[in-house]
Design a protein around this ligand. Sequence first.
Ligand SMILES: Cc1cc2nc3c(=O)[nH]c(=O)nc-3n(C[C@H](O)[C@H](O)[C@H](O)COP(=O)(O)OP(=O)(O)OC[C@H]3O[C@@H](n4cnc5c(N)ncnc54)[C@H](O)[C@@H]3O)c2cc1C
Length: 406
Amino acid sequence: MKTIVIIGGGHAAAQLCAALAEGNFTGRVVLVSEELHLPYHRPPLSKTLIKDAAALLPELRGAAFYAQSGVELRLGQRAVRIDRAARQVVLQAPDGGAEDRLAYDHLVLATGSRARHLPGVPEDLPNLHTLRNFDDAVRLRSALSQAQRLMVIGGGFIGLELAASARALGKAVTLIEAAPRLLARAVSPAISRHLLDHHRAAGVDVRLGSAPQRVVVENDRFTGVVLNDESLAADLLLVGIGARPEVSLAEVSGLDCSNGIRVDPLLQTSDPDISAIGDCTTFPYGADATSIRLESVQNANDQAKALAARLLGQPVAYAPVPWFWSEQGDVRLQIAGLWHDGLRAVTRAGAKAGSFSIAHYDGTQFVAMESINAPLDHMTARRWLQQQHSPAPEAFADAARPLKDL
Ligand SMILES: Cc1cc2nc3c(=O)[nH]c(=O)nc-3n(C[C@H](O)[C@H](O)[C@H](O)COP(=O)(O)OP(=O)(O)OC[C@H]3O[C@@H](n4cnc5c(N)ncnc54)[C@H](O)[C@@H]3O)c2cc1C
């Protein structure tokens, strides 16, 4: 393998560069990103960075790493198509201009995901925000410093984290969620309730089970929404209604896509010369090989490591223990495994006030754990899932019994 070209400048791309360097890959590695920044940590964007006017780009690795590892950086360039027959990728500046071609022996798509927009609402309103990248965060941070009232549409992870950050800055926050509970697809009802209580206690005006009848735009600015015939005014709007996989390059180049770029357990796309990793992929998971897509740092990093092993000649099937975290004010939620409806929930009180964990069982099989401010429980759950160990539910519920004894 002579030249590996990686499209994308996020967690997956950076981790792939690192894993190739650690494996002493001797070929050429080129990283192409439409962003002008070195790859950086995305989680702080909605948490610490938004609250700290002085916070800089949270780089994953400094420029010296790429120079020392021999990774060529092509920042500020977008891959617009793949000439698969010639094994070349066509690049262009994001605002257009002349095209350039880059030859590859193996191409890796790590194009991540994009924020969804509200249908029917102009995307370019100056006080309408989505939060996906560093530039979005800087723009939102600056706007928040001038605003008094923030409206968040969407009670998903980014909307809730941002609501907590804005409250910490003393802003009035209204959060509207169409579903009857928060994070309905990702967490169990008990965790939804806990988070609802937490945000309401922190002063967020959470409205569940309703979507705005109208988003009000006056003089080309967002001024509020009409919800259940009530007018709610705000200075800023954050649309946090989820993300969609960035598959436009893959689709235009004829690769199989379905809610993401389809990859096999070795992370190969429908073209053997092209692999894909991170948020943009849909992959077979579990004993029944269900197609799933994950949006998490864990998935981006672990897929990158698995792909590096294959490119270095030691293929391993990607069989993850999914895990995730979110910070909402002083609540740290950690999830190991994948929760879904129909599981049996067993709660264990934590050592400190406000900390607890819920283990979820499919029959007798332990399949997931949600932890609130209980990091040791979370780490233990990841080990149990790795080892396919199922602690007895009664023993788990007994907070007096140390987890290591289970
Ligand atoms: C605000 C925020 C908070 C988050 N918090 C958490 C958290 O607490 N815990 C957690 O586990 N996960 C969190 N996530 C999710 C996590 O950041 C993502 O799962 C992770 O970034 C995925 O990595 P990736 O490399 O697949 O994609 P990304 O990090 O999205 O990177 C994709 C990159 O590809 C570039 N790109 C796309 N198309 C092209 C193209 N055609 N040409 C060139 N470049 C292209 C994009 O500009 C981007 O730089 C958060 C995400 C956000 C936005």
